[in-house]
Design a binder for this molecule. Structure first.
Ligand SMILES: Cc1cc2nc3c(=O)[nH]c(=O)nc-3n(C[C@H](O)[C@H](O)[C@H](O)COP(=O)(O)O)c2cc1C
Length: 192
């Protein structure tokens, strides 16, 4: 069966100056680009010039590229480091720019940490937040513990085990995104 390509952007969730998560986001993005089922684009919270005195949907038209990407999207990949077991404030501020645009779309998490748990705690902490956005979370996360040892200085991934892991992560995200797209297109809902 020929399917229209899914549009699944990804979002790098930290603007920290020495962020290791950048290597992760760029590698996951390059793997997404290889999949025939997906069109994608990598967004970076660093590129959002957010005001210091406001939040939320009233700002969304100041970020039309992000707004239009999420309107068009079938799913989203969020790459987030773990900061005190939570998500970076910059990530939350970018996600808060929109609301109804996320409803009945899939989201998959990539967790990044210096410690041994690979961002499992930030992912668990993020689930109630994305649920309020109307996103549906996959159960196949990708985790990068001890991230500094996973890449060389040029950003080359040093652990081949991720080549297989990322395919399982994307397979499930694609299934969820296709299923939810079918639902949005075929089942009535007051939300879209
Ligand atoms: C404010 C802050 C809090 C952090 N909290 C945790 C933590 O709770 N658990 C952990 O494993 N690493 C923690 N780290 C380390 C990050 O996981 C580490 O910097 C890693 O490289 C991923 O983040 P990065 O993309 O900013 O580099 C923290 C880092 C910062 C800056």
């Amino acid at each position: 069966m020929t399917q229209k390509k899914l549009y699944i952007p990804s979002l790098l969730g930290t603007n920290r100056k020495d962020r290791q998560s950048q290597h992760v986001a760029q590698w996951v993005h390059s793997e997404m680009e290889k999949r025939d089922e997906i069109d994608t684009k990598l967004f970076d919270v660093r590129d959002f010039d957010l005001p210091h005195d406001n939040y939320g949907q009233e700002l969304k038209d100041e970020f039309p590229e992000w707004r239009d990407a999420i309107i068009k999207a079938d799913g989203l990949v969020i790459v987030t480091p773990e900061y005190n077991h939570g998500y970076p404030g910059a990530l939350k501020s970018v996600l808060d720019l929109l609301l109804k645009e996320y409803i009945h779309k899939a989201v998959a998490f990539v967790g990044v940490s210096a410690g041994p748990w690979g961002g499992t705690r930030v992912i668990e902490a993020s689930v109630p937040m994305v649920r309020e956005l109307g996103l549906t979370v996959t159960f196949t996360d990708l985790n990068f513990p001890k991230v500094a040892a996973k890449f060389d200085d040029a950003g080359k991934l040093l652990d081949e085990a991720y080549e297989k892991r990322v395919q399982g992560f994307l397979d499930e995200l694609i299934w969820m995104s296709q299923t939810l797209r079918w639902g949005r297109e075929n089942l009535p809902s007051k939300f879209h």
